[in-house]
Design a protein around this ligand. Structure first.
Ligand code: BG6
Length: 502
């Protein structure tokens, strides 16, 4: 009996088809992403019996490691980071098909060894030449690797390239990378990851909008006053100064996760749920986003402060960060989606590191009731209706409505109708990477970013960065543990609105 058959909690997960036999090759296997996310995700899929019956994993990186070292390191990673209790039998089954190859991405020496390892693993595991190549490496390493893979391509079996963000560092480099890949591979073989699309709560936004008849008629400028999207993190840059100094919040979060949340919130109903239908609608939103003027953009950088009761240093004092760094760790913007549905409806967005707490929310704020017929003062405690999508943590959806306070007379107050995942569904939420790795194996591109989407995202970011060249803000301008610079509040206050209360 399979794990899913033994465990009724896993009911429903069996509905999806099982992926073809294949080998997952991870480039960048010594990095944090592999141990914290990819391997725990594979283990979670193994526990739920969702991996292909015939399966192998090959780690490839510069670090010298034997197969056994790699397996031992991955086992520890799973024990530390997986969401399920460790089960030796499930692990051994997964570990049997695990290999490691030392590979310097700059030359092609390790490539032949990789090819040999893959061929023998095909024979041992019956994986039929099918490959998922996962690039957890900087964009500069991808072109050469893709060339090498294409040169050694088997006559049989499919190939899928899963590419982690960042996909390029601006529009020109993203286009160049796509062109390089397209010399050998078709767009339907390329899976650009934005892990936010793998989050249950982000997909639930699609369910909420398109599986319920009541929202669609009011999901527009006539009923919605504005939208607020917050991607707040309490963590700092965690030993990633080398990357973050180059990226900043605009490339790290705004270019990808944030714009995808805007696109999912604002898109038109797709005609079906095929990858192209969904992505066609998202790309229309991205095209319709107007470049904000300088007054509608705020950047910030954290100084020292207290986060969740702990004293933390400022960004410029982080290891590896230049003492006079001008990299932004916070961005807020007022965006407009210029189409019939959204014209004149602001999308206020903000994202940052070392904010007061970790919280990703999408708040749809509706217009006030046109004429509340109550006595003066009765509705003083009443705020406009807000549909709040808690992407994380405390995943769920909540609707703020006005209700009568019990007792004599008529006093109205805001109350919340809540749906909490934790209280409704018994099975814990899967990590985004579980969904995305499985979808890549199944060849389903719906939750991956297409080249034209990435290009629209970069075009907007390039325009914003261009505006920023003109002045030098005085950094740091917010204390760690707060909600960002004062200018972020002013951005919203100027319009007579305020950020949602925390
Ligand atoms: C990554 C960014 O893409 O997303 C990180 O590079 C950030 O800087 C992370 O911390 C946030 O992801 P999550 O799933 O924790 O919201």
């Amino acid at each position: 009996m399979s794990a899913a058959e033994q465990n009724p909690l896993l009911e429903g997960l069996r509905l999806r088809r099982r992926p073809d036999p294949c080998i997952l090759v991870i480039f960048g296997a010594s990095g944090d992403l592999t141990s914290k996310k990819l391997m725990p995700a594979l283990y979670a899929l193994a526990v739920r019996d969702l991996l292909p019956e015939k399966f192998g994993v090959v780690g490839a990186a510069r670090t010298q490691e034997t197969n056994d070292d790699f397996r031992a390191r991955m086992k520890e990673a799973v024990q530390q980071h997986a969401r399920d209790p460790f089960d030796e039998e499930t692990w051994s089954k997964l570990a049997t098909g695990m290999r490691y190859v030392t590979l310097d991405f700059a030359d092609d020496k390790g490539e032949d060894e990789l090819k040999d390892v893959l061929t023998s693993l095909d024979e041992e595991q019956g994986t039929s030449g099918n490959r998922v190549y996962y690039f957890a490496v900087p964009p500069s390493a991808i072109g050469t690797l893709v060339d090498e893979i294409a040169q050694r391509r088997n006559a049989e079996g499919w190939i899928r390239l899963v590419i982690e963000k960042p996909f390029g560092h601006d529009l020109a480099s993203a286009k160049a990378l796509t062109a390089e890949i397209k010399q050998h591979f078709a767009e339907d073989e390329v899976f650009r990851i934005d892990h936010y699309l793998g989050k249950e709560t982000v997909q639930n936004m699609l369910a909420l909008r398109f599986a319920n008849g009541i929202f669609e008629p009011i999901w527009n400028r006539q009923f919605i006053d504005h939208v607020q999207i917050t991607v707040a993190e309490s963590i700092g840059i965690e030993n990633r100064a080398g990357y973050y100094e180059q990226a900043g919040a605009i490339r790290d979060i705004f270019q990808n996760h944030l714009l995808q949340l805007v696109a999912i919130t604002a898109m038109e109903p797709p005609i079906d749920f095929s990858a192209d239908s969904v992505r066609n609608e998202k790309v229309k939103v991205l095209k319709a986003i107007h470049t904000p003027g300088p007054k509608h953009l705020v950047r910030g950088q954290y100084g020292p402060g207290f986060v969740e009761g702990e004293q933390v240093r400022g960004y410029r004092e982080e290891e590896g960060v230049a003492p006079g760094s001008m990299t932004e760790t916070f961005v807020a913007a007022k965006l407009y989606v210029d189409n019939w549905r959204w014209a004149d409806t602001p999308f206020y967005v903000r994202m940052g590191k070392r904010l007061a707490r970790r919280e990703t929310t999408i708040a749809i704020q509706f217009k006030r009731a046109p004429h509340p017929p109550f006595e003066d003062g009765a509705a003083e405690g009443l705020r406009p209706n807000v549909l709040l999508i808690h992407v994380q943590p405390n995943e769920g959806v909540s609707l703020a409505i006005g209700a009568k306070v019990p007792g004599q007379g008529m006093t109205i107050r805001t109350v919340h109708m809540d749906f909490l995942y934790g209280g409704t569904f018994r099975e814990g939420l899967p990590d985004a990477y579980e969904r995305l790795i499985l979808d890549a194996m199944l060849g389903d591109q719906t939750l991956f970013t297409r080249s034209d989407e990435i290009e629209e995202q970069w075009a907007l970011v390039d325009a914003i960065i261009g505006l920023w060249q003109r002045d030098r803000p005085s950094f740091p301008n917010y204390a760690a543990g707060t909600w960002g610079p004062a200018a972020s509040d002013e951005l919203v206050h100027r319009d007579g609105r305020s950020w949602r209360r925390h």
